[in-house]
Design a protein around this ligand. Structure first.
Ligand code: AMP
Ligand code: GLY
Length: 447
């Protein structure tokens, strides 16, 4: 009763403020945030940040049908970095957090900073670690970061000549951003030549494959290690394991991610030590020596095999769906962690994680990552015991519809991996839409 009357008083105060001051009421020392992006990752970030007492409101730019109904969130239809900057200035946004790499590579951080707006993420020069595979590989080589052997080519004839001397399988990577589709694992010479022609002659990646990296194939198990840096210190988050292929048993084409478990069972203390010494530390040194303005996330995609730990790639943002899987295990206030990074105070930061396990499954539209139908009503998402995060979903007249390939994520936390898996799959069965597809073996650790 007492709580309710206090709540009523606060509501009346807010209402009067809105009427007399002509602007929305905001509790003292609270912040209005903007999250850029429209996927499941952004819904998870919004959900977690909304839990902070310091957060008043979150603008999701443009957000999705999941963020549209999330606590403290409001979707704003902004699509270019200029529109986002103008909105942030007009609405006095206190801090912006960037989800997808594409805006980082376009220089959203540089643009916001020029306009004295606070933003979390690397400036354009550092974002090239994700924006260009050849730039990233040259950086790794320069700073002695352990990675697969490689060569870079700008012309088809030279790349084909090189191919004739290679062992197979071989890995071919389009240099630029290709929405996760620019990596070919080619088992034979013929397939590798076809991949090179697709990139360089047929230009299927619209410019992003004009330069290619040809790289030694590494066998092993993968891990996703997200870290946060303020440019002086780098702190790893909890490890996780993505399941990138569309079909069970890690077969079929690559996707954006069909499910994740955390922590990663293959990320042993020994692997951690080697990763931190041979990959993470030299990366920070490189960032400092290159003079990058880098206050943001570095996501290391690593391969672990008998010869040790290798870096496959850098991403300069949170992973999707790694974020949806690990944030439910984060005990520390995410906003406080981000603020420490922005103030260059990460040294000694104590980031606390639940001593539990998390399992996240992606529900997709049948046919993804190829062609699929969309526009189907989603039911049961509000009945899950764990948490759902909307990805390709739209909200219309109070109903939620499918709007793309990776539709939504379902996540549960458990005392052990089996408990987390069982709870997530129970929830997966509650959510329904036409042409629902998902992998049944997420967290089956052989995969
Ligand atoms: P990347 O975008 O570089 O992480 O590549 C996407 C996926 O391709 C990785 O998650 C791996 O599954 C695979 N991959 C990339 N590079 C290699 C490599 N050198 N050897 C084996 N698999 C690789
Ligand atoms: N799940 C992999 C990525 O976010 O790139």
């Amino acid at each position: 009763m007492h709580e309710k009357s206090l709540g009523d008083l606060v509501s009346i105060k807010k209402l009067l403020w809105n009427i007399f001051m002509g602007e929305a009421y905001k509790e003292e020392n609270t912040m209005d945030l903007m999250i850029i992006g429209n996927g499941g990752r952004e819904h998870a970030l919004a959900w977690k940040l909304a839990q902070s007492d310091k957060v008043n409101k979150i603008y999701c730019a443009p957000g999705n049908g999941g963020t549209a109904i999330e606590n403290k969130c409001v979707n704003v239809d902004l699509n270019t970095i200029e529109e986002m900057k103008d909105f942030a200035l007009e609405n006095k946004v206190d801090l912006t957090i960037v989800g997808p790499e594409v805006y980082l590579v376009q220089g959203v951080v540089d643009l916001f900073k020029k306009n004295n707006l606070k933003i979390f993420g690397p400036a354009q020069a550092g974002a090239e670690l994700e924006g260009s595979k050849s730039f990233a590989k040259d950086f790794m080589k320069k700073y002695n970061v352990k990675t697969a052997d490689y060569q870079v080519f700008n012309n088809l004839e030279d790349s084909i000549e090189h191919l004739k001397k290679c062992d197979f399988p071989i890995v071919i990577k389009a240099d630029g951003l290709a929405a996760g589709k620019g990596v070919y694992i080619s088992p034979t010479y013929e397939e590798a030549e076809k991949a090179l022609r697709e990139c360089m002659e047929e230009d299927v990646f619209k410019g992003a494959g004009k330069t290619v990296v040809i790289e030694e194939f590494l066998e092993g198990v993968e891990a996703s290690i997200l870290t946060i840096t303020d440019g002086k210190t780098i702190v790893p988050f909890l490890s996780s394991k993505d399941h990138k292929k569309i079909y069970e048993g890690e077969t079929g084409p690559n996707t954006g991610g069909m499910g994740v478990i955390a922590p990663n069972p293959y990320y042993t203390d020994e692997v951690k030590k080697e990763f931190e010494e041979r990959i993470m530390a030299p990366t920070l040194e490189g960032i400092q020596k290159e003079g990058f303005d880098f206050k943001g996330i570095i996501f290391f995609g690593i391969m672990v095999n008998k010869k040790g730990v290798y870096l496959l790639e850098y991403n300069c943002r949170m992973g999707d769906p790694e974020t949806q899987c690990i944030l439910p295990l984060l005990k520390t206030d995410l906003l406080e962690i981000i603020e420490l990074a922005l103030e260059e105070k990460l040294e000694g930061a104590d980031i606390q994680w639940e001593d539990k396990h998390s399992c996240c499954v992606t529900l997709a539209s049948l046919g993804y990552p190829g062609t699929f139908e969309k526009g189907f009503e989603i039911t049961g998402y509000d009945k899950v015991n764990g948490k759902y995060f909307g990805a390709a979903v739209t909200l219309k007249d109070g109903k939620v519809y499918t709007n793309g390939g990776r539709v939504l994520n379902v996540v549960n936390v458990g005392e052990n991996l089996e408990a987390a898996r069982a709870a997530t799959y129970e929830d997966v069965n509650k959510v329904d839409f036409k042409n629902k597809y998902y992998r049944k073996d997420i967290g089956n650790v052989q995969n």
